[in-house]
Design a protein around this ligand. Structure first.
Ligand SMILES: C[S@@+](CC[C@H](N)C(=O)[O-])C[C@H]1O[C@@H](n2cnc3c(N)ncnc32)[C@H](O)[C@@H]1O
Length: 427
């Protein structure tokens, strides 16, 4: 096997097998990872170009060959190696996949792409919205319906997201940690709006970050870091993190208010193990419960609830380009039903005068304002609390919506998140 045949099989597992890219790449090399991420970012455009270059469509039973061609096109455009090496290795990969008969086809498609790349790319973009946006048409339609700036979102989704750190301010200041990074030749810039955020010039393996194992720092996008400042926290509150794993926000709450009485619930045992490891690394404590939120019936009510609900993750496509292929149009409505149930159940666990922060990393109104609107209209004791953006509004790429705040992914900074704060009115 070589990098190209392995990449083709990974792509096959995602596109045909419906598996998540992160899972498929767990034991793969950085180069395979680069080829697969890049191929999926460009999948819709490359697919249309390949279709044009083929005399007849590739039979579905040979879709690994189609995926090998996608990986080949990505490599020609992006890898720092001579074009003839990319072509030769792709041809060789065909044999590793048991398709020696396709040698000439692979060779011809890749060489023709090299010759006519500009014309082919322009023609594909002109002919198809999917090729032009590198997104599925149904998703672009939803984004277009929701946002005038949908093109900005689509463009940001097609770029690589930056790596942002959350400094554990109980242990070290941001400035001192930035100096530690500089001493190890890692450059960073302050986040846009969170006191503890540092964005790296280039993504690194966490093992290269000084003090990571000792808990000085965690990896967390700034759009997620802002959750804590929207929760209106103060010392000693009883808090529920209702969908907590792998624990980014649980840990941030405890770093900010270590004496919080915090319960972290999640139905995934596997993801809760990550939460447990994060708490241990950061020397923090929370009560962890492996349960479906809908089965969780605590004796006492909570002052604050964070509901970071399962969602389409359309605000973090740049980190998970497989989402563009894995999500199906029906999923969004199904997720909205699940989200409505989770809000309903969480709200019942909230004390009078308490606040629930509803969060998704989706940019679709169906999962955001629409879910909250339905809930508010059916619950007379629920009221929207306007999120205070006075310290940060000039800096965020955001839109105030009818019932909350929508952050859009920005090329240099935060991912796409939605926030809505719901108050339980005192009787
Ligand atoms: C967006 S992730 C949470 C991320 C987390 N808050 C953080 O900051 O690291 C959503 C989580 O909801 C969990 N989940 C989904 N449905 C659930 C349910 N019915 N009850 C409890 N947890 C659920 C998933 O297992 C997943 O870990």
């Amino acid at each position: 096997m070589n990098d190209y045949s392995i990449s083709a099989l990974v792509l096959q597992d995602v596109v045909k097998g419906g598996k998540s890219l992160d899972k498929c790449l767990e034991k793969q090399t950085p180069i395979v990872s680069q080829i697969c991420f890049g191929s999926l970012r460009n999948y819709f455009l490359y697919s249309k170009i390949i279709e044009k270059l083929l005399r007849k469509p590739i039979n579905k039973k040979h879709s690994d060959l189609f995926n090998l061609l996608i990986a080949g096109l990505y490599s020609l455009d992006n890898l720092k190696k001579p074009a003839h090496a990319c072509v030769n290795e792709s041809v060789e990969a065909g044999s590793f996949l048991g398709k020696s008969w396709a040698k000439n086809l692979i060779n011809a498609v890749l060489r023709n792409y090299l010759r006519k790349k500009t014309v082919l790319t322009e023609a594909a973009k002109q002919a198809s919205l999917e090729a032009e946006t590198n997104h599925p048409e149904w998703l672009v339609s939803l984004m277009k319906k929701d946002w005038e700036n949908w093109r900005y979102v689509v463009d940001a989704n097609n770029k690589k997201g930056p790596m942002t750190l959350r400094i554990n301010q109980q242990r070290i200041t941001r400035l001192d940690y930035q100096k530690m990074l500089e001493a190890t030749q890692i450059q960073s810039k302050k986040g846009l709006f969170c006191e503890g955020a540092l964005t790296l010039d280039e993504a690194r393996n966490v093992d290269m970050l000084p003090g990571f194992a000792e808990g000085l720092v965690s990896v967390q996008d700034e759009g997620a870091q802002i959750a804590v400042s929207f929760m209106n926290l103060s010392p000693g509150l009883k808090i529920l993190d209702a969908c907590a794993a792998p624990g980014g926000k649980t840990c941030h709450i405890l770093e900010t208010y270590p004496d919080s009485d915090l319960v972290s619930v999640d139905k995934s045992g596997e993801r809760l193990r990550l939460l447990h490891n994060n708490l241990k690394r950061l020397s923090l404590n929370a009560k962890i419960l492996n349960s479906d939120l809908e089965d969780f019936e605590p004796k006492q009510k909570f002052d604050r609830i964070l509901l970071d609900a399962p969602c389409s993750a359309t605000g973090v496509i740049r980190r998970h380009p497989d989402i563009k292929l894995l999500r199906k149009p029906d999923d969004i409505g199904k997720l909205a039903i699940q989200q409505e149930k989770l809000i309903e159940h969480s709200f019942n666990l909230l004390a009078e005068g308490g606040e629930l922060l509803y969060v998704t990393c989706s940019v679709l109104k169906m999962e955001n304002d629409s879910v909250v609107k339905k809930f508010i209209s059916e619950n007379s004791d629920a009221e929207i609390k306007k999120i205070n953006l006075s310290n940060i509004s000039g800096k965020l790429k955001f839109s105030r919506t009818e019932l909350g705040v929508q952050l859009f992914p920005t090329p240099e900074y935060h991912d796409g998140f939605y926030y809505s704060s719901i108050l339980r009115k005192p009787k």
